[in-house]
Design a protein around this ligand. Structure first.
Ligand code: AMP
Ligand code: MN
Ligand code: ZN
Length: 749
């Protein structure tokens, strides 16, 4: 880690330690530091500076998401992240710790790396204790200073991790972490914490078993339709667009003022603009709000972490929020701002209930307001700033007329229900259901690909379907890793085409994609291997019944299927997962056994149930000789999996046992390692913590003292910020320290 002073300047590099008021020591404690005091001061300064610097980086889940949606920033993060990991690796290696910090192959990398840091802390602390035992005459304060030195090392490593964390999209995009939406309820914050908790428990009693229940479930479940919706409204004409003030809000102050204004209204219209092409989870860029009098456009990128203040008016049950097509807006509000909606009216739902034929907003605007809305900015890049005037106008128009449209639709709903509020009630209820939607991160499961497959009209054979499945997994993995949308990595239609054509050559894959997506071009060989893998499985017809779960009898694929059969880079030590090739072998073996059974039975003239099934499979098996015969359309029965006499049952069970055993072993090993690391760490941390806490008050130098440039100890290693860490960073070998400095030395604090 590049040393720097806490005021942001770089430490002057020199091999000589000098001090203005003391004689240069002939015997340095370690190169560049005349005594322990100087070293500790420097260490603390470096830690403070690093912590400050990391705090200046775009915060995770905040501006960070916005920056990450730009490839330039991603590249920068990747390079800096690698440098940090390399430095950490060297540091750890130097102290004899396991240091595979640079293994980027797993989505869980960050978790594992953190475990490595915990382990390293353990090793370092053990060394401290060991060294302390070698110096029986040492004063307690000296033990402390030594400990501090090591602590500096540990803290530096931890800071590195924190910084690296910021460079990671892994956590955000992984499917292993739940998306934590803000569940704070502003109204609960006004009462004492214990009481708030109690109230919340009472409210959510029915949902206590589900800790991830909707925070406004109770309110929404008990919400009744506002009385005034029970009467046919007199539509209130909108103000001409040109005469309406449209305020652009990009400061917290203005946002708070807007929230206060909204809190006093009884209704307002809302819309969002979102960017989803160059980001895996997408990012909400703009929020438009209209009251009867004014329009507001909120810069949701600038105010991303502050948008939550709007939760107050958005969840106020006495205020109706009017949206058009709120399905995604509700999710985006949760995902990006932790904002929920209570009491909403969706004009899209109203249009549907009226059977208008076309339910889009531009159609409603044409019908009710005679406005030709130009939807050409719908898919514009809403991240750009400053927003061009045309885009701002477009955004304003999306909510400006909405309250009037809401009036007109309600009036029509009354007319359609013979003056009764029944249809309004239906729309309002449907809207309420939309508010109950919970944002969940896109999760990758073994069957995810089937959802997409079923939506397509194509009918694939087993090889094509396997290719589709492998491509789907590859695409998901790439999108998460690169923080891109799946559509950017490989659009659906191209993925279908590759799976359908099963190109034999890499160029064939390119031919299926026009224009070829950058990541496809970059990973052409990987994709080629996947297609090859798919071509190797037995060719079977996939019947319509099996479209539901065509590989139901097959063992589940692990993440390892994303890697080639000989690529073990993703495997942890001692772990031998069953490769896809092995799985295929097993499947093939299963088929062979069944075929053989069928043949034997043929000879004897008797067919057992299993043999009959085997025969059926044989018959449905498409090979060069049989594919021209009429197919009996018999497939592997799902029941075979549960039929103990079937070979498939045996194979399936065998695999299940193996994989279960494997999983148990892994889980146990991980638990043990984790507990041990935790035990050691907690033990040492607690032993030392009390003493340090009391000593720290006397010994911690005042920050300004540490931060003064001229007083900052001078590091011995010449470092350049741009230099390669492998050459720039050489950890000091503490075993070479001059321990004589400890004997009889006066502690200077
Ligand atoms: P709108 O509700 O029309 O203002 O759209 C809100 C956001 O939804 C836009 O900013 C787009 O990100 C997204 N969106 C709207 N229409 C489409 C579409 N046809 N395809 C993909 N995304 C869309
Ligand atoms: Mn919208
Ligand atoms: Zn819009």
């Amino acid at each position: 880690m590049a040393a720097s002073t806490s005021d942001g300047g770089s430490v002057k590099q020199s091999n000589n330690s000098t001090s203005e008021d003391t004689e240069p020591s002939t015997e340095e404690f370690c190169p560049g530091f005349k005594d322990v005091d100087a070293f500790v001061k420097h260490g603390l300064g470096a830690v403070v500076a690093a912590t400050k610097a990391s705090a200046c980086l775009p915060q995770a889940g905040d501006e960070f998401d916005f920056y990450r949606s730009f490839p330039g920033f991603q590249d920068f993060c990747a390079i800096q992240g690698d440098r940090l990991l390399q430095t950490m690796s060297q540091l750890m290696q130097h102290y004899g710790c396991s240091s595979l910090m640079k293994d980027r192959n797993k989505l869980t990398g960050l978790e594992d790396r953190f475990d490595l840091v915990v382990e390293s802390n353990d090793v370092v602390l053990e060394k401290v204790v060991g060294m302390a035992e070698q110096l029986p005459l040492m004063k307690p304060n000296l033990v402390f200073t030594m400990w501090t030195r090591w602590l500096c090392v540990c803290v530096c490593v931890c800071v590195c991790v924190c910084m690296h964390r910021l460079f990671c999209k892994e956590l955000r995009n992984s499917h292993r972490y739940i998306y934590l939406c803000n569940k704070e309820r502003p109204e609960d914050l006004d009462v004492p914490a214990a009481l708030a908790d109690f109230i919340h428990q009472l409210r959510t009693q029915e949902h206590m078993d589900d800790m991830f229940s909707h925070p406004y479930q109770y309110e929404l479940d008990h919400l009744v339709m506002p009385q005034h919706l029970g009467h046919k409204p007199e539509p209130q004409m909108y103000k001409p667009l040109a005469e309406t003030s449209c305020k652009f809000i990009d400061t917290l102050e203005d946002l708070v003022a807007l929230n206060e204004k909204l809190a006093k209204t009884t209704e307002f219209a809302v819309d969002l603009e979102h960017h989803s092409y160059r980001s895996f989870l997408g990012i909400t860029c703009l929020m438009q709000i209209s009251t009867r009098e004014e329009d507001f456009i909120i810069d949701a990128l600038e105010l991303r972490s502050e948008m939550n203040v709007l939760n107050e008016s958005f969840t106020d049950p006495t205020i109706i929020k009017v949206f058009h097509g709120a399905d995604l807006d509700i999710e985006w509000l949760q995902k990006d701002f932790g904002v929920y909606v209570v009491n909403m009216f969706d004009t899209h739902q109203a249009a549907r209930s009226l059977n208008l034929g076309r339910n889009s907003l531009d159609h409603l605007l044409k019908v009710f307001c005679d406005v030709d809305s130009n939807k050409r900015y719908q898919l514009a890049d809403w991240r750009i700033r400053p927003l061009p005037g045309e885009m701002l106008q477009y955004a304003q128009a999306d909510t400006h007329y909405l309250l009037y449209v809401y009036d007109r639709l309600r009036a029509d709903l009354f007319d359609a229900a013979n003056g009764q509020p029944s249809l309004v009630q239906v729309v309002w209820s449907k809207s309420k259901d939309l508010c109950l939607k919970k944002y969940v991160k896109p999760i990758f499961t073994e069957d995810s690909y089937m959802e997409l497959y079923r939506k397509q009209k194509k009918s694939f054979n087993s090889q094509q379907l396997m290719a589709f499945r492998l491509l789907y997994s590859w695409r998901d993995k790439m999108a998460r890793e690169e923080d891109e949308s799946t559509g950017y990595v490989l659009p659906n239609h191209m993925m279908m085409k590759i799976a359908e054509e099963l190109p034999k050559e890499p160029q064939g894959i390119v031919a299926c994609c026009n224009p070829t997506p950058p990541l496809v071009r970059q990973q052409l060989n990987e994709l080629h291997q996947l297609i090859k893998q798919a071509r190797e499985i037995p060719l079977l017809k996939v019947s319509h019944a099996e479209r539901a779960a065509p590989f139901g009898v097959w063992p589940q694929l692990s993440e390892s299927t994303l890697f080639g059969p000989h690529d073990t880079s993703h495997c942890s030590f001692n772990r031998q997962p069953i490769t896809e090739t092995q799985l295929d072998d097993m499947r093939y073996f299963g088929f062979c056994c069944l075929l053989k059974e069928g043949e034997d039975a043929d000879n004897s003239g008797h067919l057992t149930v299993a043999q009959q099934k085997a025969r059926n499979i044989t018959d449905s098996f498409e090979n060069p000789f049989r594919m021209y015969l009429p197919s009996k359309d018999i497939h592997i029965s799902k029941n075979a999996k549960y039929d103990p006499s079937s070979k498939i049952y045996e194979i399936s069970n065998q695999w299940k046992l193996q994989s279960l055993e494997q999983q148990q072993k892994e889980a146990q090993a991980k638990r043990q390692a984790h507990e041990q690391a935790k035990k050691h760490n907690i033990k040492y941390m607690w032993q030392k913590r009390e003493r340090i806490a009391s000593e720290a008050r006397e010994v911690t130098p005042k920050p300004n003292k540490v931060m003064k440039r001229e007083e900052t100890p001078i590091a011995s290693n010449k470092q350049s910020e741009d230099s390669n860490p492998s050459t720039a960073f050489t950890p000091y070998d503490y075993s070479q320290s001059n321990f004589k400095v400890f004997t009889g030395m006066r502690v200077p604090f």
